[in-house]
Design a protein around this ligand. Structure first.
Ligand code: ASP
Length: 403
């Protein structure tokens, strides 16, 4: 019966139960909170193999696609630039609005790690691991990402049989990790209940907590809306010479599907069909740019992950140094590249950002109660950015669009 209820409703039920138990059943909190801890541990368990295989496969795909040369480079430049613009929008807003400053949120129930403040010099030095196995076992994310990118690039330089062998292996690892991720995410309702129980039971001031979450959500919504309605249309208009209103109108069904499924992957077939039928982009460009976009171009996710990290840092009274802001921006970019196009995938890759700046991973689940609507909006942003990329690349290749 439970399986028939969509996951996000199940999560909502988990949150409501968590709040009720946290307020009225304090004696059982330590037992229920075990469920939350197990859920967090399961997510942490998958992050390193998932990110490594996803990045390695991503790089080998791009390199193989680079027979497409010019188009490959243009696509990559577009994807990286829009993600960076989204991140900067998030950084700006979270610093201006400061939704977490003075929040007085008690994280004592869920947090275990202490904050550390590495210098910029150390941060840069640590990007290159002196021992990759040590980096893996201590989940040293920047070092792991660096090594994975390197591995991906050099796999494509191998002779054909070996290249194929390694590509197949990492492809298979990625697929199995995705399956495990989806399996773990199925337990989100119980896990979230366990986390919420813990957070709620130690709060002195629940209404304050809700207000803070609301402020945080507002920053995310305003940031995503700015990216969707200002940044992307400007890029479409000035770089692609495409009328943004006509483009958005043509892609409305894609927007709504991404919004309702909260999954770039699930939307992908419709995205390809619509961009070919309604926008007139050739299959050659659509079939290269869009699948790649659904995998690596996640503007909304990048913005979201950065705002969550900024918000939690503020709520913990943690003043981010210049070095950490730099790490925040780079890791948000890399994390969004590594995020899978499925609902809630951000919570796996967000651990990269959190560990890199020394924020306690457990604290990120604090925003989970309002994740679903924000996931819908960030997914729609992710997908719309892919479609803008496809038409801009098509225009730059002198293709004739339908508008
Ligand atoms: N749900 C997002 C997507 O599919 C990923 C995420 O940010 O969780 O694009």
């Amino acid at each position: 019966m439970l399986r028939k209820i969509p996951l996000h409703w199940q999560i909502l039920i988990g949150i409501i139960l968590g709040v009720i138990f946290g307020i009225f059943l304090k004696p059982i909190v330590p037992y229920l909170s075990v469920l939350g801890i197990l859920f967090i541990r399961a997510l942490k368990m998958i992050v390193v193999p998932l990110i490594m295989s996803s990045l390695i496969i991503g790089v080998t795909n791009i390199q193989q696609g680079s027979t497409l040369g010019r188009i490959g480079i243009k696509t990559l430049v577009y994807y990286l630039s829009t993600s960076i613009l989204a991140i900067l929008t998030g950084l700006f807003l979270v610093n201006i609005v400061k939704p977490g400053v003075g929040a007085n949120i008690d994280f004592s129930g869920i947090t275990a790690t202490t904050l550390e403040e590495p210098s910029l010099k150390d941060t840069i030095i640590n990007i290159v691991p002196d021992n990759i196995f040590q980096a893996i076992s201590s989940a040293d994310m920047l070092a792991i990402i660096f090594f994975s990118l390197l591995l991906g690039v050099f796999i494509t330089k191998l002779e054909a049989t070996k290249r194929q062998l390694l590509t197949n292996i990492f492809d298979a690892v990625f697929e199995v990790m995705m399956k495990i991720t989806l399996f773990v995410i199925r337990f989100a309702p119980i896990g979230v209940m366990g986390i919420v129980v813990d957070v709620v039971s130690v709060q002195e001031n629940l209404p304050e907590l809700m207000i803070r979450l609301g402020k945080f959500a507002l920053v995310v919504v305003v940031g995503l809306a700015f990216h969707l309605l200002i940044t992307l249309p400007l890029i479409l208009y000035f770089i692609g010479k495409v009328n943004p209103v006509k483009h958005y109108k043509a892609l409305l069904n894609v927007f709504l599907t991404a919004f309702s499924t909260a999954s770039s992957n699930a939307t992908l077939p419709l995205t390809i069909e619509t961009i070919e039928e309604k926008s007139g982009v050739s299959n050659r460009i659509a079939s290269f740019t869009l699948p790649l976009g659904a995998t690596i171009n996640m503007d909304g996710t990048a913005l979201y992950e950065l705002v969550v990290a900024g918000f939690i840092a503020q709520a913990l009274g943690y003043d981010l140094s210049l070095a950490q802001q730099f790490v925040l921006v780079t890791t948000a970019l890399l994390a969004s590249i590594g995020t899978a196009g499925v609902p809630m995938a951000s919570f796996v890759t967000m651990t990269i950002i959190f560990t890199s700046v020394g924020l306690p991973i457990e604290a990120m689940f604090f925003v989970m109660p309002i994740d679903r609507p924000l996931d819908m909006l960030r997914t729609a942003t992710n997908v719309m950015s892919d479609t803008c990329g496809a038409v801009i690349i098509a225009r730059s290749e002198k293709e004739k669009l339908h508008y």
